[in-house]
Design a protein around this ligand. Structure first.
Ligand code: SF4
Length: 400
């Protein structure tokens, strides 16, 4: 049975951070009950259509701030997944949590509901940086939330940190990193701040009121982190991710290995049946569209022809964007996504998947990137060099 991953998008946040360009909204929490009804309808439809043909191996509650849901709401969503799909017993079930939204009791409730991995948005342990980022928690709150999660029984906790902030010094970044390492999380995701158009930071930068982060300083912070984490026994397994004790994120690895997943909720992306597609972005329209299309529920319940085309997908979800992925595109994506993994792209898996050797398709590109010291071959894989991690976009564009 083919493996499948599910992504559950929770588009609610108490405040919108000025750097964030995710499809999330503040001050619409009143929509949560109607949203969950619509959301469960979308999950059930897909379950009726394809749920018995695949085995779900990872479920990821992302956002937004999924920890704004109650334990009961999380439990009810997971029950819907279990009723709709064949969910493997050892499924990794992750939930993103903001430190200020959780208590030990709440996290015990999440564990009982089946969540077994917590991804906490710490971002920084420096009070001034947290404030600048518009976060509503302080460093003490992160530590309390982390300790409460351990006390509740979580054995798989990840922390997210952001570096390369405008004007950030190497020493505050190092302090943040050291504080995070002291907690001994099982996993760390480190992201460089990017100033995105359409965000408050983007508008300030356009008006000349905010300086862009310095890419050289960010590169130095990245190298400092890579060195410090390696010295502490963490394994670097993806450009931005480190794990300890075998806790690589199985859900995100699905993306990097270019395998199939279904995303539910406004703006959520899917890769399934040869298509990449995403749901409409507006939570209100998403709810309306799922409220007013009972015909699709009936079709899904009665069974519809196999999901081989665009129409079938459009019947199940309120689609915003859809793109057919042909073989050439699939090969490019397999390279670009797979090269994010430190182990790289397996030559054997590439050949099994596409019936052609990797060198046959990308021999010239690989040689060129090797000559630039961005790429190397080792242990049956093609992979980025440490220099390539810093200049990964230079490498990726050549595969597209
Ligand atoms: S809490 Fe996370 S998802 Fe919500 S606005 Fe801030 S960065 Fe975006």
């Amino acid at each position: 049975m083919e493996p499948l991953s599910l992504y559950l998008h929770i588009p609610f946040c108490t405040v919108k951070c000025p750097y964030c360009d995710f499809n999330t909204y503040s001050r619409i929490e009143g929509l949560i009950p109607a949203y969950l009804d619509a959301f469960q309808r979308e999950i059930r439809r897909w379950g009726s259509e394809v749920g018995r043909g695949y085995q779900v191996q990872t479920i990821f509650f992302g956002g937004g701030t999924p920890s704004l849901l109650t334990e009961e709401q999380v439990c009810s969503l997971l029950e819907t997944c279990h009723k709709s799909f064949l969910v493997a017993e050892d499924t990794e079930i992750s939930l993103e949590a903001n430190p200020e939204t959780v208590t030990e009791d709440y996290m015990r409730g999440l564990l009982q509901a089946g969540v077994n991995r917590l991804s906490m948005g710490a971002q920084s342990f420096d009070e001034a940086e947290l404030k600048w980022l518009g976060r509503t928690h302080g460093s003490e709150t992160i530590i309390m939330a982390y300790e409460a999660a351990r006390a509740a029984g979580f054995e798989n906790i990840s922390l997210d940190l952001i570096y390369g902030l405008t004007g950030q010094s190497a020493s505050t970044w190092e302090r943040t990193l050291r504080r995070a390492i002291q907690l001994r999380p099982d996993h760390l995701s480190l992201y460089a701040l990017t100033i995105e158009e359409g965000t408050p930071f983007g508008r300030q930068a356009a008006r000349g009121q905010l300086k862009q982060p310095d890419p050289d300083a960010a590169a130095d912070m990245y190298l400092l982190a890579a060195e410090a984490l390696e010295a502490e026994g963490y394994t670097h397994y993806e450009i931005s991710n480190w794990e300890f004790g075998g806790h690589a994120c199985r859900h995100n690895t699905t993306y990097w290995e270019d395998r199939q997943y279904l995303g539910f909720g406004p703006g959520a992306h899917s890769y399934f049946g040869g298509y990449r597609f995403s749901d409409i972005r507006s939570p209100r329209k998403y709810i309306e569209r799922l409220d007013h299309s009972t015909g699709a529920d009936r079709d899904a319940e009665q069974g519809t022809p196999g999901l081989s085309n665009e129409e079938s997908i459009r019947r199940l979800s309120p689609i915003d964007m859809m793109e057919h992925i042909d073989r050439d595109m699939e090969m490019s994506e397999t390279m670009v996504l797979g090269l994010r993994l430190v182990k790289g792209v397996s030559k054997e898996r590439f050949k099994t998947r596409f019936g052609a050797a990797i060198e046959e398709i990308y021999g010239d590109v690989i040689e060129e990137l090797k000559s630039l010291a961005l790429l190397e071959e080792a242990e049956g894989h093609v992979r980025l060099t440490p220099r390539g991690w810093l200049l990964s976009n230079e490498a990726f564009v050549r595969f597209l």
